[in-house]
Design a binder for this molecule. Structure first.
Ligand SMILES: *Cc1c(COP(=O)(O)O)cnc(C)c1O
Length: 366
């Protein structure tokens, strides 16, 4: 059986360091907002190349906190429009609507799978205040054109970096390319905790201060509440685990890229389409999506050969029951990707032999 992602193996590979970290955090007698959190924030900020990293409860909170902080700072207002890829995980959209901002869905480029930057400018209105890019599947979504549009129209650039820890654009890490970025350390992400955790990175000190307060009930000073905030903190144990795993992230990502290279070289079936290849520095292969018109039959074919696959994602955000107000939108490229996508096994402990088996099974699909 080839697992989609063997999380037990992923963490067993660093067991000694992880267990040491857990023991240290457990014995410290201090479980929130302490030394482990401070140390992880410092290491992660340095890794991403940002002045500030503010750890929080999860990736969705990281994104929600960014928008809420901009509202508190008076840079965003209820009803403002945020440009966002239509082809994304729903958390990207929830962070916007939760703050009573309006998502403006942009179709992806079907080859890169990222927001199609040629479609952005015509969607900008006087209410547009921000662009959120999502480095979906681990692949860099930033383009020079997006940067220029933000400068030209004075828009905030927010990154959803939940799937792309360690990915770069011209030697800069994703998560440091815009004004602020949200990161998720959900266990299955490239840098994963042993539970929920997330983080915001930014160079903006004022924003960092507001986010830090918002995640702690809105308080900067104990029992004094400047904002009506949330409780979104990282556990010291999770911060310690993440700090122990961070030094291995680049090696883990290179292993993912090596598996991806095998897929690109080996998969040769006219019924299956692969995304456009980019150099490994621009893709940390959180997922390896392929596209097939007969996706469900292909998934069953692989399952019959002991290969576990997943679908990211079966239903587009604008077609979800919670977003009936967007159901009328026609987003055919997004809908097509959701209809045909299948994610192959990939991960830092997957073997070349396993990749070869996956390739052979796909090539035998008729
Ligand atoms: C995982 C993910 C999130 C949310 O992260 P959680 O930690 O699960 O809240 C947000 N955006 C994208 C693109 C994700 O993949």
């Amino acid at each position: 059986m080839i697992k989609f992602l063997d999380l037990q193996a992923v963490n067993a590979a660093h067991a000694t360091e992880i267990e040491e970290a857990i023991l240290r955090a457990t014995r410290s007698g201090w479980y929130l907002r302490g030394e482990e959190t401070r140390r992880f924030e410092e290491a992660y900020a340095q890794y991403i190349g940002c002045r500030h990293a503010i750890a929080c409860g999860n990736g969705l909170d990281a994104l929600r906190l960014i928008f809420r902080a901009y509202i508190e700072l008076g840079l965003l207002h209820e009803g403002d429009e945020v440009i966002v890829p239509a082809h994304t995980y729903i958390a990207s959209i929830l962070a916007i609507t939760d703050n009573r901002l309006k998502p403006i869905f942009i179709e992806p480029n079907p080859d890169t799978l990222q927001i199609d930057d040629t479609r952005i400018e015509s969607a900008i209105t006087p209410r547009t205040r921000a662009i959120m890019i999502v480095h979906l599947y681990g692949r860099c979504a930033y383009t020079e054109h997006i940067g220029q549009l933000c400068s030209k129209h004075d828009l905030l650039l927010i990154e959803d970096n939940a799937q792309a820890h360690g990915c770069t654009y011209q030697a800069r890490k994703t998560g440091s390319l815009g004004h602020a970025a949200g990161h998720s350390f959900y266990p299955g992400k490239n840098l994963g905790a042993l539970g929920d955790a997330g983080c915001v990175t930014t160079d903006n000190e004022e924003l960092a201060t507001v986010i830090r307060a918002l995640g702690n009930y809105g308080s900067e000073k104990k029992y004094v509440f400047r904002y009506s905030g949330y409780n979104s903190r990282i556990d010291e144990v999770q911060a310690a685990v993440l700090a122990a795993k961070l030094p291995h992230l680049d090696t883990d990502n290179l292993h993912r890229a090596a598996i991806a290279e095998l897929y690109y070289k080996g998969i040769d079936n006219p019924l299956v389409r692969l995304p456009l290849y980019v150099e490994p520095e621009h893709n940390v292969y959180h997922l390896f999506p392929i596209f097939c018109n007969e996706r469900d039959r292909l998934q069953q074919h692989l399952a019959d050969r002991g290969i576990e696959t997943l679908i990211h994602y079966p239903i587009a955000p604008h077609q979800q029951e919670c977003y009936k107000e967007y159901a009328h939108l026609a987003l055919p490229i997004t809908e097509e990707l959701h209809r045909t996508e299948l994610s192959l096994p990939i991960g830092p402990t997957m073997s070349r032999e396993e990749a070869t088996q996956v390739i052979e099974a796909i090539n035998a699909f008729r």
